[in-house]
Design a protein around this ligand. Structure first.
Ligand code: IPE
Ligand code: IPE
Ligand code: MG
Length: 263
């Protein structure tokens, strides 16, 4: 998308507009993955219950999805709920699920309007029936879209994903001699999608927390102290500008010519 079109929806004279001018739209990351962290801390700072942080985080999700689609990102993956997050208090887990259902119901029109294709990655079978129904509806209704692929990682674990892929390979009768990286990648939840070029984590934590372990082999990592509910277009643009200044070498000594999807 040309810069002029992008500047149409960014307030003129804002920091976002200045950042947008710094972005090279011919070298966007094809796949951006985000570990949305810091909702609890956002709420604690305001002396609010943790769930209020999750509620506020929904606005950041909306912003990230729409901004990414408008910028022309091909794949956006948001980490919404890890397999380890079941350890949280029951009431918090239940609020997260309710917020997710509401988000899907309210935002389906936005997804359709922006030509976004929705997909869940993780183990949805272990989710409650009402959540699964909402997820299936959004997946089916957006299946024909050809714009941005929007993955939501839900009941997701990076190690579990690799185990699921191995199980599928065994069931398909693949032999040891036939097995290679491409074959395994074709059984991951993200089969057919480019690996993340840019991995963003909010709230300052320097860890990957079991997210896309296989796929982030050569992702550029960008961590911000901004807490997830405060994350907006400006932060995404900042991450992209920082990403475009990196030298991606893939083990060689020269920066790769094409930054997106190169291996
Ligand atoms: C991220 O915020 C949301 C989820 C993991 C679902 P947290 O709830 O982890 O917030 P902090 O890390 O406790 O601040
Ligand atoms: C990672 O955040 C999971 C999601 C963003 C869904 P956590 O808050 O659960 O991660 P840790 O516990 O700090 O590693
Ligand atoms: Mg956290």
């Amino acid at each position: 998308m040309p810069l002029e079109q992008i500047l149409e929806w960014i307030p003129p004279g804002s920091p976002d507009a200045a950042l947008a001018r710094e972005v090279d739209f011919a070298r966007l990351p094809a796949h951006v993955a985000i570990i949305m962290d810091g909702n609890g801390r956002w709420a604690a700072k305001r002396h609010l219950p943790r769930v209020e942080g999750h509620r506020a985080g929904i606005d950041a999700v909306r912003d990230a999805v729409e901004t990414s689609a408008r910028l022309g990102i091909s794949v956006l993956t948001l980490y919404a709920f890890s397999m380890e997050n079941w350890k949280r208090p029951r009431a918090e887990v239940s609020t997260l699920m309710t917020l997710l259902k509401r988000y899907l119901r309210l935002e389906l029109a936005t997804l359709l309007r922006n030509d976004i294709r929705f997909k869940v990655i993780g183990r949805p079978d272990e989710l409650a029936a009402d959540v699964r129904r909402e997820l299936a509806r959004a997946t089916e209704r957006t299946a024909g879209n050809s714009g941005m692929q929007f993955n939501i990682a839900l009941n997701y674990g990076g190690r579990a994903e690799i185990v699921d892929a191995a199980r599928q390979l065994i069931e398909s009768g693949v032999t040891a001699a036939e097995l290679d990286e491409n074959r395994l990648a074709s059984c991951l939840y993200t089969a057919g999608q480019p690996d993340p070029d840019l991995l963003i984590r909010t709230s300052g934590e320097m860890r990957v927390s079991n997210f896309l372990l296989w796929q982030i082999a050569y992702a550029e990592i960008w961590v911000t102290d901004t807490l997830w509910p405060d994350f907006r277009c400006r932060h995404l643009l900042e991450a992209i500008v920082a990403y475009q200044k990196r030298d991606r070498r893939y083990g060689g000594i020269e920066p790769a010519r094409h930054t997106s999807g190169a291996r």
